[in-house]
Design a binder for this molecule. Structure first.
Ligand SMILES: C[S@@+](CC[C@H](N)C(=O)[O-])C[C@H]1O[C@@H](n2cnc3c(N)ncnc32)[C@H](O)[C@@H]1O
Length: 194
C-alpha cells in the first residue's frame, strides 16, 4: 500500500469512528517505566489520537506529534488543545530528518516502520528512551494479508536494539489476536561507530 492510499484508509477510519473520540490512556509501558521517563523532547510517531502524547511525563518540554492522517491530527488537536507543549505535523514520520541526538523520548505504538526504527540510533540522544509496540510476526497466522514489513519479533528488535539498555522486549501477553510485540529501551551512552 502506498502512502496516499494509507493516508486515505486512515482518514476514513478516523472520520467514521463510531464512538466520540477521547484522549487515549498512556501505554502500559510508560506506566511500567514511569520513574525513568526523561525530560526534553518527545516524538509521538504515528500519533493517531495521541497515545504517545499521553505518555509524556511532566518533565517533557516539547512534543512532536506526527501522523500521516490529517483527520487524526485535527481530532487529536481538539483533544489535546489544553497542552501547549505539542507541535502538530501531518507527514510521513519516516521521511522527517530529525537532527542527530535531537529526541529524548520516542513513542511508536501501533506503527512498525523499519526505516524509522533503524534511524532511532541516530536521532535519539544518548540516555534517551524508546517505547514501541506493533504487530508480532505471529499476527500473520490470523491475517495472512498483513504486510510482513509491518510486523516484528523480539529477535528482530534485538538485532537493532541489542546493544541498547533493553528494559523490555517480548511478545505482549494476550488471550488471542491481535498478537503484538513490545520494546522499551534506553539509548546507549557510547554510540557504536557506523
Ligand atoms: C494503529 S494507528 C496507531 C495510532 C496511535 N499511535 C495509537 O497507538 O493509538 C496507526 C497510525 O499510523 C498512522 N500512519 C501510518 N503510516 C504513517 C506514516 N508513514 N507516518 C506517520 N503516520 C503514519 C496512521 O494514520 C494511524 O494514525
Amino acid at each position: 500500500m502506498g502512502l496516499v492510499e494509507d493516508r486515505d484508509k486512515w482518514n476514513t477510519r478516523y472520520a467514521e469512528a463510531a464512538t466520540p473520540p477521547a484522549r487515549p490512556e498512556p501505554h502500559p509501558l510508560a506506566q511500567r517505566f514511569e520513574r525513568r521517563l526523561p525530560a526534553g523532547r518527545l516524538l509521538d510517531a504515528a500519533c493517531g489520537l495521541g497515545r504517545g502524547i499521553a505518555c509524556a511525563g511532566p518533565r517533557i518540554e516539547t512534543i512532536y506529534a506526527v501522523d500521516l492522517s490529517d483527520v487524526a491530527i485535527a481530532t487529536a488537536r481538539r483533544l489535546w488543545a489544553s497542552d501547549p507543549r505539542i507541535r502538530w505535523i501531518v507527514a510521513d514520520v519516516a521521511a522527517l530528518r530529525f537532527p542527530r541526538a535531537f529526541l529524548d523520548m520516542v513513542c511508536a505504538f501501533g506503527f512498525t516502520n523499519w526505516a524509522l526504527l533503524k534511524d532511532l540510533e541516530r536521532i535519539v540522544a544518548p540516555g534517551g528512551f524508546v517505547l514501541y509496540e506493533g504487530f508480532a510476526e505471529r499476527q500473520r497466522e490470523v491475517n495472512p494479508r498483513l504486510d510482513p514489513a509491518w510486523t516484528a519479533t523480539p529477535a528482530s528488535l534485538l538485532r537493532l536494539f541489542g546493544h541498547w539498555e533493553v528494559l523490555a522486549c517480548a511478545e505482549t501477553e494476550s488471550d488471542g489476536p491481535p498478537y503484538r510485540v513490545h520494546l522499551a529501551a534506553v539509548h546507549p551512552r557510547q554510540v557504536k561507530e557506523a
